[in-house]
Write a protein that binds this ligand. Structure first.
Ligand code: ADP
Length: 197
């Protein structure tokens, strides 16, 4: 990356089951960005039974958010380990206003900022159907139980949806329909990102 080129910081946003992970992986390849999923990072720690994974487990299994302090520290470490990339596509972060503020300060220290938050719109019934279906094969405890899924959707509405407003107030939030064929949604997102970067 040339010094004159600023790194791109995109946030892929949406409720659990909206397809962030699937789409972020496709966009990572297409635009040569690094995808960072805090959910995947926690699952990695959990799988390796690290102290961080042990701390996160009780929150994740119930469908609650892991405390901001832990999440923010993990995210910063990951970005610092990979600071030679063209840009990042964040999936599952930020999820609270405190995370937004910490993230903005962190980027500001690097002379960067969030370029855009792209929100995938999917209705609740479709989300529950998708997550229960994913639960049959994902091995994720938080996908297997309808009560935990409903809890995650509530947490999204109460704690995470203000993140959309936070960046909308800065003129950075956009919405994209998240229902339809995976390829169609990918095309919509790609067109949007081509205009941004
Ligand atoms: P989902 O499919 O529900 O969007 P993720 O795979 O992104 O789930 O995350 C799974 C779980 O990991 C969340 O329910 C939460 O417990 C934890 N987690 C992931 N990202 C964050 C975050 N930014 N802040 C707090 N907890 C998080």
């Amino acid at each position: 990356m040339k010094d004159s080129q600023k790194r791109v910081n995109l946030i892929l946003f949406g409720p659990p089951g909206s397809g962030k992970g699937t789409q972020a992986k496709m966009l990572e390849k297409k635009f040569d960005l690094l995808q960072i999923s805090t959910g995947d990072l926690f699952r990695y720690e959990l799988g390796n039974n690290t102290p961080l994974g042990q701390k996160a487990r009780s929150y994740m299994d119930k469908g609650h958010l892991v405390p901001d302090e832990i999440t923010i520290a993990m995210l910063k470490r990951k970005m610092d380990q990979h600071n030679d990339v063209v840009g990042y596509i964040l999936d599952g972060f930020p999820r609270t206003i405190a995370q937004c503020e910490a993230f903005d300060r962190f980027l500001d220290d690097r002379g960067e900022a969030v370029n855009s938050l792209i929100s995938l719109i999917v209705d609740d019934n479709e989300l529950v159907t998708r997550l229960l279906e994913r639960g049959k094969t994902s091995g994720r405890a938080d996908d297997a139980n309808e009560a935990v899924i409903k809890n995650r959707i509530d947490v999204y509405k109460n704690e995470t949806s203000p993140v959309y407003e936070y960046y909308n107030n800065k003129g950075l939030s956009v919405e994209i329909p998240g229902v339809g064929k995976i390829e169609e949604i990918h095309t919509r997102l790609s067109e949007m990102i081509t205009n941004i970067i």
